[in-house]
Design a protein around this ligand. Sequence first.
Ligand SMILES: CC(C)(COP(=O)(O)OP(=O)(O)OC[C@H]1O[C@@H](n2cnc3c(N)ncnc32)[C@H](O)[C@@H]1OP(=O)(O)O)[C@@H](O)C(=O)NCCC(=O)NCCS
Length: 194
Amino acid sequence: MQPVELTSPLLRLDQPRPDDAQQVFEYCQDPVFEGYLAALPWPYRLEDATAFITGFVPAGWAGDTEYTWAVRAAGSPALLGVIGLGVPGAAATGSIGFWLGAPHRGRGLMAEAQRLVLDWAFGTGVCAAVHWECVAGNLASARTARTAGFSFTGQGPSQPAYRDGSHPMSWHGVLRATDDRVPHAGWPAEVVAG
Ligand SMILES: CC(C)(COP(=O)(O)OP(=O)(O)OC[C@H]1O[C@@H](n2cnc3c(N)ncnc32)[C@H](O)[C@@H]1OP(=O)(O)O)[C@@H](O)C(=O)NCCC(=O)NCCS
């Protein structure tokens, strides 16, 4: 499908542009990305950012396999982060992934970006459920998923292989189109503790 723009009073989710590559490259030097973002090449180079923006993102939309957005504040062109929903083979259960540049964390922006993507996915019927996972202990990711209404489904190896071929121990969750978008019981105590 053609890329879709999603907006709220706080955020605009649109397509990453070639002139975002330098910013993506700079954010992706963050050492936490090496451990938490399986798909990211490491070390991350400017060419990786350019290939992501000009290759991976448009191919995902055109092939209906991965819908990716740049996260921007409403009314500002600056890229703050990225969010994507994978639906390989038109799977009934999609898979969500996201990151923010370090200066933009801690303001609830990703919870809002998730809400926009989930509303779109369920509203259009792109998928009937969404799977979330993070490396066990990634509290910031888990807290946004809990806030978005995901139910914790347990700890186990990551679904995708990491860049070294391993499947690190991960926390998993699911949100169905019919679920309430409120925090549910069952999350690890350290996630709930805040
Ligand atoms: C995960 C991420 C996108 C969250 O985005 P965010 O907009 O900063 O999230 P929020 O501001 O809503 O913070 C989420 C919660 O985690 C908490 N939190 C944030 N950073 C934390 C940290 N390093 N350790 C523990 N808790 C943390 C916040 O206090 C907040 O708690 P609350 O929901 O009880 O208020 C962002 O931290 C990030 O980009 N991390 C690195 C990449 C990554 O891990 N991506 C996810 C891979 S699965």
